[in-house]
Write a protein that binds this ligand. Structure first.
Ligand code: ZN
Length: 466
C-alpha cells in the first residue's frame, strides 16, 4: 500500500490523502486550503497525482476543508464515485454551492476594481463556479453507516460514526495482502463526546494503520457543553435585562444548530423568558432542513425529544431571516433580542453589519462560540482589541465580549487520547494529520509515551507500507 499526504499535513485545512492498494487508487477527502493568500494559491496548483487514475473519493464529512476541492478534481478529469453518508451528500451540496457563490462574487468585485484602475483583470477567475460545483453532485453515492461496500475485488470500506457534524464519518478500509486481512482507518474529524443531537464518536478496537486528526492535540476545552449552556443563560439574562441584544457570530453548518438546541432547552424549560431569536442566514435555514430530514442520525436524547413532540431546533420567538431587506430591518428592531449570523470569525457575512450597528453599545453582548483564527476580526475581539475596523471605519468596542469554547465540534486533547485508548493493541503505524504543527506533535508525543509508533507526515510525503 502507498499513502500520499496531499493536504492537512502539519496544518488543519486541505484534508486530502491518496491511498493506493494493489490496482485501486482512492482519495480520502478532497478539501480546500483556508487561511491566508499563500493557501489560496495552493488551491489553484495542480493535484500532486493524476485525478484520472483516482477510482473513488471517500468523503468523511461536509465541511469545506474536507470537500472544497471536489469541483477542481472533477474539472481535472476525475470520473469515479464520491462515497459519503446521505447527510454528508446533502450538506456538501449546500456548502459547495455557497462557496461557489462567494467565489464568483469575490472575482466579480476584483474585476470591477481592476477595471476601474485600468489594470489587467484577465487573470481573475473564481476558484470554481456554481456550475462546476453542481457537476460534483452527479458523482455522489450515498452510503449508510456500518455497511461494508466493495469498491473493487481487492478493496472494501465502511463508514463509522465520527460525531463531529451530522453525517460525519470515519472511513475504515479493508483488503487482503498475501492472504492476510489488513485495515486502514481514517478518523476524519472526531467530535467531542456529549455534543447535542450528534451521537458520540464510535470506539474502534483494531486497525493496522491509522490516520488520526489532531486539531486540539495540545489543548483542552475550558468548558463542556453543559457549562456553556449555563453561561449562555447568564449572558442572555443579563443582556436582556439591560435592554441590549446578544450577537452570536456562528458558522451556519453545525454550530448554529448547536446554539439553537441550547436556546430551545433554556426557553422551553422556562430558564429563559421567550425572547426574539433571529437566525440571519439563508444557508442556516437550508442546513436546518437537512438536520430535520435526518432524524435517524440523532443521539438518544434528541430522539426522545422528537418522540415527545418537541422540535429540538424550534421554539417560540425564533425567526429565520433570509432576505437582505429583512436583515437590514433588524437594525430598527428596538427590543432586546438574540441575533445569530455568519461568518463565525466575523471575516464577512451579515454579522459584520450587525457588529457595526451594535458594537458601540455597552448594553449589548457578543458571544463567540467557535475557534477564531489569527488575522480575523473575531480574533481581535476575543483578544480585547479596541477600536476595531469594520467596513473601513474604526469602532470603539463597548459591547461585552464572551467566549464559550465548549460548543467546539472537535474532540480536545483529553478526548482524543481517550478515544485512542479503545484500541486493544496500538496500530502498526499512526499518522497525526489535520493539526497545526505544535498540536500534531503534542499528540504524537502523548501517543508515543503510550508505546505507539506515531509521526506527523509532511505535505506531499509518500510512504510505502507493508
Ligand atoms: Zn470538520
Amino acid at each position: 500500500m502507498v499513502l500520499k499526504f496531499c493536504g492537512a499535513a502539519g496544518e488543519v485545512t486541505g484534508s486530502c490523502h491518496l491511498v493506493q492498494i494493489k490496482d485501486m487508487t482512492v482519495l480520502l477527502d478532497c478539501g480546500i486550503f483556508q487561511g491566508g493568500a499563500e493557501r489560496h494559491i495552493r488551491n489553484r496548483e495542480p493535484f500532486p497525482f493524476d485525478p484520472q487514475i483516482v477510482k473513488a473519493v471517500l468523503l468523511s464529512h461536509a465541511h469545506l476543508d474536507h470537500c472544497g476541492r471536489l469541483p477542481l478534481l472533477v474539472k481535472a478529469g476525475f470520473k469515479g464515485k464520491i462515497f459519503a453518508t446521505d447527510a454528508t451528500c446533502n450538506l456538501a451540496k449546500i456548502i459547495l454551492l455557497d462557496a461557489a457563490k462567494l467565489q464568483e462574487e469575490d472575482a466579480a468585485w476584483k474585476i470591477k476594481r481592476l477595471k476601474k484602475k485600468g489594470e489587467d483583470w484577465s487573470w481573475v477567475s473564481p476558484l470554481f463556479t456554481n456550475e462546476e460545483a453542481e457537476r460534483v453532485f452527479e458523482h455522489f453515492e450515498p452510503i449508510p453507516y456500518d455497511e461494508w461496500v466493495t469498491i473493487s475485488l481487492s478493496l472494501c470500506f465502511r463508514f463509522k460514526e465520527a460525531g463531529h457534524l451530522l453525517g460525519s464519518a470515519m472511513v475504515e478500509l479493508k483488503w487482503k495482502s498475501n492472504g492476510i486481512e489488513r485495515k486502514l482507518l481514517f478518523t476524519g474529524d472526531l467530535g467531542q463526546k456529549g455534543l447535542p443531537v450528534l451521537r458520540d464518536p464510535e470506539p474502534i478496537e483494531q486497525t493496522d494503520w491509522l490516520l488520526m486528526e489532531s486539531t486540539y492535540g495540545n489543548r483542552e476545552h475550558i468548558m463542556n457543553f453543559n457549562e456553556c449552556i449555563e453561561k449562555l443563560r447568564e449572558i442572555v439574562k443579563e443582556t436582556i435585562s439591560r435592554g441590549g441584544r446578544v450577537l452570536i457570530p456562528s458558522f451556519a453548518v453545525g454550530r448554529t444548530q448547536e446554539v439553537l438546541y441550547a436556546l430551545n432547552d433554556l426557553i422551553e424549560s422556562g430558564q429563559l423568558p421567550i425572547v426574539p431569536v433571529f437566525v440571519d442566514s439563508p444557508m442556516a435555514r437550508e442546513v436546518l432542513r437537512v438536520y430535520q430530514r435526518h432524524r435517524e442520525l440523532y443521539d438518544e436524547e434528541a430522539i426522545k425529544k422528537v418522540q415527545s413532540g418537541d422540535e429540538p431546533f424550534t421554539f417560540a420567538g425564533l425567526k429565520l431571516i433570509t432576505t437582505v431587506d429583512e436583515s437590514k430591518m433588524l437594525n430598527e428592531f428596538e427590543e432586546p433580542c438574540i441575533i445569530i449570523a455568519g461568518s463565525g470569525m466575523c471575516t464577512g457575512g451579515r454579522i459584520k453589519h450587525h457588529l457595526r450597528h451594535g458594537i458601540g453599545n455597552p448594553n449589548n453582548a457578543i458571544v463567540f462560540v467557535g475557534f477564531q483564527a489569527k488575522g480575523s476580526l473575531g480574533r481581535q475581539l476575543v483578544e480585547g482589541v479596541s477600536p476595531v475596523r469594520i467596513f473601513g471605519e474604526m469602532h470603539e468596542v463597548k459591547a461585552k465580549v464572551y467566549i464559550l469554547d465548549g460548543f467546539s465540534a472537535h474532540a480536545d486533547r483529553k478526548s482524543l487520547l481517550q478515544w485512542a485508548s479503545n484500541f486493544v493493541n496500538p496500530p502498526t503505524q499512526t499518522f497525526a494529520v489535520h493539526g497545526e504543527q505544535e498540536a500534531a506533535t503534542a499528540l504524537v508525543q502523548a501517543l508515543q509515551e503510550r508505546g505507539w509508533n506515531t509521526t506527523v507526515p509532511e505535505l506531499g510525503q509518500e510512504v510505502r507500507l507493508t
